[in-house]
Ligand binder design. Structure first.
Ligand code: NAD
Length: 415
């Protein structure tokens, strides 16, 4: 796997798009840095009575189109640059799907797997006390990310409301339904991805009912396995992996049974009727559609040339390195880039904010319908940019996102 400073990659992507858009120097200088970075430390009382000090960040990359939006990670390997990069990509993601939000991200340097539930609650509440003055429904709306979840969001929302002395459920999204969550959030990322695959198959004349493979069988991967068949009317899932291993069956897996097996055993490995393959063989499987839904940089210079899929739908954030991107483009593989393919999650988070703001909640069909419309339109806009500028799809999506943000900055008189 190639190793990258993700913020260097993110800045290079902006420069590339800015050049094609002929942006002036001040606009470029403004767009390549976060507008605001908050770094702080806070104490947490641990179960054994000791006090531990944690380092944390909240970064608002750009708020020209609306309040910042993006998750909070609890992770031992977090750095200011990983958070900057993720906040930056959120900016283009919200702009590509054209929702009135900017980009942000936060993180706490910690090892959540070694912490008890009570310690995690103390950590979540301590984090919010540190950022309360910077977040809010009209400033910055966090959400879950790696090792944070709907329960984390409820603790954080409760702490924020306690500080503010008022109900404000829309301050964080991806909450459980009972406390201001929305229908349709659990499968939103995968659903958005499958919408873009449907559109890609239509425009490229690829059989959507052919074979597909999924790398990473967590939330996004499992939902994609099920929704691919449900929404596209068929398809044969022949290869799947998770962190413990990878499996193959040329006749196809039943996604529902595979989800149950993963739930019961903790892995896809050992699924009846499957043979074991290597992690890379899933990426290189002879399929029409590949969904990378695990980690960043998993498609790299050393394996990209062996990828056979006609469409790569990036549900994961940053699964393809810049060198691999070039190779896939040369080999005529249609990549649906992460800032478009995985934007269903933030789109439904936005729907949650809207519903929270007027305390009236939509049914699941309405959420699905609106999400489909938003992602279809975004896919088509990126295709137009791709044809106009004759560039690869990631750059086309960046062009759409960067142009919208640059225009908002100009209209405001910032640059
Ligand atoms: P998750 O933790 O639920 O699932 C990740 C899966 O990847 C797990 O099954 C894990 O076993 C597997 N995995 C880890 N290392 C692997 C490896 N080397 N090879 C194969 N599989 C491996 O996470 P998730 O929420 O499904 O997110 C997956 C990706 O999608 C991440 O990049 C995330 O940033 C991105 N994403 C998720 C959402 C969302 O709403 N869940 C939204 C946008 C982007």
């Amino acid at each position: 796997m190639d190793s990258y400073n993700s913020f260097d990659v993110a800045q290079k992507q902006i420069l590339e798009a800015a050049k094609l858009l002929n942006l002036d120097q001040a606009t470029v200088d403004f767009l390549i840095w976060p507008q605001k970075e908050v770094k702080f430390i806070f104490p947490v009382r641990m179960d054994n009575g000791s006090v531990k000090i944690f380092h944390a960040w909240r970064i608002q990359f750009n708020t020209s189109r609306g309040p910042a939006k993006g998750g909070i990670r609890f992770h031992p390997a977090e750095t200011v640059d990983t958070i900057r990069a993720l906040a930056c990509w959120m900016t283009w993601k919200t702009a590509v799907v054209d929702i009135p939000l900017g980009g942000g991200k936060g993180g706490v340097l910690c090892d959540p797997k070694s912490m008890s539930l009570r310690e995690l609650e103390n950590l979540s509440r301590g984090y919010i006390r540190g950022v309360a003055e910077y977040i809010g429904i009209d400033k910055d709306i966090p959400a879950p990310d790696v090792y944070t979840n709907p329960q984390t969001m409820v603790w954080m929302m409760d702490e924020y409301e306690t500080i503010m002395h008022r109900h404000q459920p829309g301050v964080l999204t991806d909450k459980p339904l009972q406390v201001g969550g929305t229908q349709g959030r659990r499968d939103a990322t995968a659903r958005g991805g499958v919408v873009t695959v449907r559109e890609a198959c239509r425009s490229l004349g690829i059989n959507a009912k052919g074979k597909y493979a999924i790398q990473g069988f967590g939330n996004a991967g499992q939902r994609a396995a099920l929704l691919h068949q449900e929404m596209l009317g068929g398809g044969t899932l022949i290869a799947v992996s998770d962190s413990r291993g990878a499996i193959f069956n040329p006749k196809g897996f039943n996604p529902k049974d595979l989800v149950t097996h993963k739930l019961m055993t903790g892995s896809v490995v050992g699924f009846p009727g499957s043979s074991t393959i290597s992690h890379d063989e899933v990426l290189e499987a002879n399929v029409d559609i590949l969904y990378p839904a695990a980690l960043e940089n998993s498609i790299h210079a050393n394996n990209a040339a062996r990828i056979k899929a006609k469409i790569v739908c990036e549900l994961a954030n940053g699964p393809t390195t810049p060198e691999a991107d070039e190779l896939l483009y040369k080999n005529h593989i249609h990549v649906i880039p992460d800032i478009l393919a995985s934007a269903g999650g933030v789109t439904v988070s936005y729907f949650e904010m809207v519903q929270d703001s007027y305390s009236f909640f939509w049914d699941e069909d309405e959420v699905h319908h609106r999400l489909d419309k938003q992602l279809t339109r975004a896919y088509q806009r990126v295709q137009e940019a791709l044809r106009e500028k004759k560039v690869h799809p990631r750059l086309a999506a960046m062009i759409v996102g960067v142009a919208r943000v640059a225009e908002a900055c100009k209209l405001r008189g910032w640059v």
